[in-house]
Design a protein around this ligand. Sequence first.
Ligand code: SF4
Length: 505
Amino acid sequence: MQILIKGLQDERFHRPLRLIANLFFEESEVILTDNGDCYDITVDFTLEISEKVKVEASLTDEEGNIFKANAEKILPITEIEKESFKVVKNAVSYVYLTVLQEKTGMIQKWGFLTGIRPTKLLHKYMQQGVPKEIAHKQLKEDYLITDEKIDLMQRIVDRQLAVVPDLYELGKEVSIYIGIPFCPTKCAYCTFPAYAINGRQGSVDSFLGGLHFEMKKIGEWLKKNNVKITTVYYGGGTPTSITAEEMDMLYEEMYASFPDVENIREVTVEAGRPDTITPEKLDVLKKWNIDRISINPQSYIQETLKAIGRHHTVEETINKYHLARSMGMNNINMDLIIGLPGEGVPEFTYTLNETEKLMPESLTVHTLSFKRASEMTKNKEKYKVASRTEIEDMMSLAEQWTKDHDYSPYYLYRQKNILGNLENVGYSLPNQESIYNIMIMEEQQTIIGLGCGAASKFVDPETGKITHFANPKDPKSYNDGFEAYTEDKIKILNELFTKEKLVKE
Ligand code: SF4
């Protein structure tokens, strides 16, 4: 699908217009300069900028049908060109989405919002004390988000504030993410730092050496500066792919190095791959009071697991779940993915029926995303995936099923190239929400990433400004540079937390 845009020469329009076109058409190309080629669609813009921005768009399709829309927005009084351009860009996006919706008959439930964290927008209004109705109206006017999605956002925000009533004050604390970059085998859709563990003991040993170092140093800094930890999350990879002894030493390090571990609100360990779970490892998790684990079926269809390279059986997931339960794990999360290759409504219904037999405390429903670096994306033609409408039907099934079983949505995020342009939603039974997931999504506090591929997000406690810092993804580079990465992070922490005078000298 070739789309010619007339009347907008500024190159900065190209990206948003392309992203919006991708919501409607599988393969689309947006062209700002007419080369005299044949185009499937032409959109003619008229843009007038004074104290207001007035935009008109007229779309002409292959058959000569014409669709028109216009918008008018007040420009903010600001010296910052970027801010006023954002208003212009949104006005252009508004009319562009409107004409494309009319032409295709497709309604984009998230409007032209392509960002990852929609609920952050609503939190911003709530923090400023804007009444709900006005905030909702604004979201609709600014992004064309549908009532259905605004309602979902509100329910999530309400749930989050019920679970973490001091959410807006947690900027003075931090959470910790610990990345263990190993897995038994690599799944086809995976872009996480995950290296098949077999035959790599040398690299595991040196990696853990670096990780213990980082934990010690960061823990020392937190203790010295009296900064509390809200939550700790072990992810990866699969943190249970290391041995029970290695896990034991790691949690011992956490208790020895981190401040006030007994009062950390939540410690989660992802045990995503059932093939890594053993009674010995569950004993270790119990010994160190790990609150929450994740065992991820993704699907209960054996053929699907094989096709995506997970190398474990459905039976194993169910057995390991029961084993974890019998050994006292009482907050288990399970991840499911909608739209895995070869799966449609009947397969997903089967997966939900199987989930009903287990009733984990929380359930995260992902929609398959074609991330650039995954094996699945590189060989897209090999994998047969469901149509957009079928994806939507599966999503509705998940919504209905969770509602019927007393689960509520409590966090959501969106990704680029996600099937059907939908979202990933975390559901939980009452009061079993993961606080870490809320912290990472809403970006109210600093998350310090330790280990391989761990991304740190430093949130200025005063301004909310975010600074990113990433540890390398591969164990070799990590092993070569962990001391320097730790130092860099401590430098950023010093800048942020001493400026706010949160630090007791
Ligand atoms: S288990 Fe998770 S982290 Fe490991 S390879 Fe599969 S998707 Fe990636």
